[in-house]
Design a protein around this ligand. Structure first.
Ligand code: DGJ
Length: 716
């Protein structure tokens, strides 16, 4: 709920468990007051005080300085010398920026974006309108409220109401000023094959942060940032989190001053973004999801999970049964062969797998990664009677079909590049770097988008398809566009991301019943922007279970299990196992959406039995994985992993546990189940909720490594 106290000039935004508040100070400034546990009283949070050297405005007096007052948005060179959010270059050539509060509106719903992902179904929105007479620009700052998930999303709209062109140099959509405690910064960092490992550093005086300048959200830094107090655990204590609904270049920064004031910001990357705003034009920033938890990191994650499920993911798919796929990549690479595929399909059917996914290699002259990208027609040597005919055969077996695409890219060795070398991102008079032997299509140009979308539609529309894996296999550089004028080259990076969204919109709308899975060399574009179009994402190319544990745990910090695509494979990336133990791999895949990626025609009888049994088991709790609340286990030692996924009504839970140290017995604490319920596991064993909550649960691991327990509520 949003309210405005006319007398005190205080705005407050309440969600189910949180309050966010700020006030109008001296009629034109917005001072941040409070973000935290729901509270009635907002007294005592606002204080003005003089500080040596802090710039001030003469009519107001030296007690009030933008340098010391916590604010809602900060402006470059305005007297606030900390890390600032907004910077524009105005007609006079300087970049001194200052917007004053003008008015506000409170309305039901929210501003819906046409060309960008956004959070659907907001309860209501507070719109603060700032003005700046010098530049003639109006700045609208939005707070959309999602009461049940305890989230607020923040975004900005710049409107040039003046006569002159201005240039936006920095448009950071979300700023959060806090003060005080000894905070630790939590981010999800890594590299290719090691994405989103949880990384924690104490917040120190000065600036810390993460970013991407890669043109995708990146394997290195995920667009997620949290801070927690030093006492915060998985289940207790305070934490604040920000998550960007964006898939391109971003920055997330945390600054702490010497006197322990903290500013968090998240938005477009200031190094790779500028935008020209002609008279009468508007610019809208992508949005940031903001949340607070007083019950530890698990609740913070649950808020993000619930937000992503209820407001980001396409409602048609969010709770729909997901396919259990056999994906060809790790088994066949580019050697797609129709006959072999049919043998896979027959075996898949026997094992209980329901979808065959043809990964890279089915189109153009695609026999390795140097050739064919951009030529979206079926390779007739690999599919003699075409893909539609092959799909019929797959469906005749009672299976579904999936296919791989990488629409944003092109190989120099392709018919498309030969015909249109001007259609790739490039800076005039500079050579283009390659990445995985490919170039990037210029999606700032609508003609390119139209062409690719039409080609893919033509090829795939006659094929019966249920699933599309959308890949993106390189980092961008030399990002310029031959279709943009000189003065708009600085817009190319953001325009590319907007073009990619346009493509996602067109293709997902062209195939409304197809489930799309995002991918970027594994998890290089795992973000809430992609999840708006693709309900699940390929988490990492590293399918080794030992490595996957840290990757999936980190991913669960910000994203629900229903988004985490997890395959059982033969990969020995980490080399801790000499031969794959499929049950261990299955146990790890329980942290997401199950699939298989191996040569299933060569499984031993024993492994065939294991796979068949795994799928039967998984189907029992798949709905819970899509919808339950996840509690990562607390107080674990190094090498131990685990979580409990609990149904909203606490009628069912799944405990998943791994111990790489090899100990066979362990008691782990368990929270969040119902203390009055009696639970029964799949083997008929009975557990009292009250006892489990008090004493934890004793886990006996199979071969010292892993275990899971699935229980239903027997009676209350
Ligand atoms: C990278 C993906 O992450 C893999 O799963 C696979 O689809 C390859 N690309 C195909 O080129």
């Amino acid at each position: 709920m949003i309210s405005f106290d006319l007398e005190e000039k205080i705005f407050r935004i309440d969600t189910r468990n949180t309050t966010y508040a700020f006030k109008i100070a001296h009629e034109k400034f917005l001072a941040h007051l409070y973000y935290g546990k729901k509270t009635d009283s907002l007294q005592g949070f606002y204080r003005e005080y003089p500080v040596d050297f802090a710039p001030y405005i003469e009519e107001i007096g030296a007690n009030f300085s933008l340098d010391t007052i916590p604010t809602e948005l900060s402006f470059f060179d305005s007297g606030d010398t900390k890390d600032t959010a907004i910077k524009i270059k105005n007609k006079n050539g300087d970049s001194s920026t200052l917007f004053y509060y003008k008015e506000h509106k409170i309305f039901k719903g929210r501003l819906e974006f046409e060309n960008m992902p956004y959070s659907r179904l907001a309860n209501e929105t507070l719109e603060i309108i700032y003005e700046d007479e010098t530049s003639g620009v109006e700045l609208h700052s939005y707070y959309s409220v999602f009461e049940n998930s305890d989230t607020i999303t923040r975004y900005l709209k710049f409107v040039n109401k003046g006569q002159n062109k201005v240039q936006i140099l920095q448009a950071t959509g979300c700023q959060l000023d806090l003060s005080g405690a000894d905070y630790t910064l939590v981010t999800l960092c890594g590299e290719y094959g090691k994405e989103r490992n949880i990384t924690e550093y104490p917040l120190h005086v000065g600036l810390q942060g993460i970013y991407s300048k890669r043109g995708h959200s990146s394997h290195q830094f995920n667009p997620f940032m949290a801070i927690k107090t030093s006492k915060t655990t998985e289940n207790t204590g305070e934490a604040y989190g920000l998550e960007f609904v964006y898939s391109g270049d971003f920055e997330a920064r945390a600054e702490m001053t010497y006197d322990k004031r903290v500013r968090l910001t998240m938005g477009l990357n200031r190094d790779t973004f500028t935008w020209n705003l002609q008279a009468g034009e508007e610019f809208i920033t992508p949005e940031v999801i903001m949340t607070y938890s007083s019950e530890g990191l698990n609740k913070l994650s649950q808020n993000f999970h619930s937000h992503i499920r209820e407001h980001i993911i396409n409602p048609k798919f969010v709770y729909q049964k997901r396919p259990i796929v056999i994906n060809t990549w790790e088994a066949m690479y580019f050697n797609i062969d129709e006959e072999i595929l049919l043998r896979y399909a027959e075996k898949a059917k026997q094992l209980g797998i329901d979808t065959v996914v043809i990964d890279d290699g089915w189109f153009g002259k695609r026999n390795d990664d140097s050739i064919g990208l951009g030529d979206w027609y079926v390779n007739q040597e690999k599919f003699k009677n075409g893909l539609a005919d092959f799909s019929e055969k797959i469906h005749a077996l009672g299976l579904k079909l999936g296919i791989w695409i990488e629409p944003e890219m092109v190989n120099p060795k392709s018919e498309l590049y030969k015909a249109h070398p001007e259609w790739v991102l490039q800076c005039k008079d500079r050579p283009c770097s390659l990445g995985r032997r490919q170039l990037v299509l210029d999606l700032t140009n609508d003609e390119v988008i139209e062409y690719i979308v039409e080609q893919i539609k033509t090829t795939l529309s006659e094929v019966k398809l249920e699933y599309i894996k959308w890949d993106f296999n390189r980092t961008l550089c030399e990002v310029g566009s031959l279709s943009l004028p000189k003065e708009r080259q600085g817009e190319a990076k953001h325009r590319f991301t907007l073009g990619s969204y346009k493509m996602h919109k067109k293709l997902t709308e062209a195939f409304p019943n197809v489930l799309f899975e995002g991918c970027s060399g594994g998890g290089g574009r795992f973000d809430a922007g992609i999840l708006f179009y693709c309900p699940q994402i390929w988490t990492s190319d590293n399918t080794d279970p030992v490595c996957r544990l840290a990757i999936q745990k980190g991913t669960s910090m910000a994203y629900p299990l229903s988004t985490i695509s997890a395959h059982v494979s033969d990969s020995l990336w980490n080399k801790l196992e000499s031969t794959p133990d499929y049950n261990f791999r299955f146990n790890v895949a329980l942290g997401g959406v199950l699939g298989y990626e191996m040569n299933i025609t060569r499984l031993s009888c024993d492994n065939e039995k294991k796979v068949t049994e795994q799928i039967k088991q998984y189907e029992k709790f798949a709905p819970l994985i899509l919808s339950g609340d996840v509690y990562r286990l607390d107080n674990l030692e190094d090498g131990e992993y685990g979580f409990v996924c609990v149904a909203k009504d606490k009628s069912e839970f799944l405990l998943v546990y791994q111990n790489l140290n090899g100990s066979t017995k362990k008691r782990v604490p368990i929270v969040s189940i119902d203390n009055r319920s009696i639970y029964k596991d799949d083997k008929g064993n009975i557990y009292r909720g009250e006892k489990l909550l008090k004493e934890g649960i004793e886990i006996v691991t199979t071969s010292g490594t892993y275990s899971y327990l699935h229980c239903f509520c027997e009676k209350k």
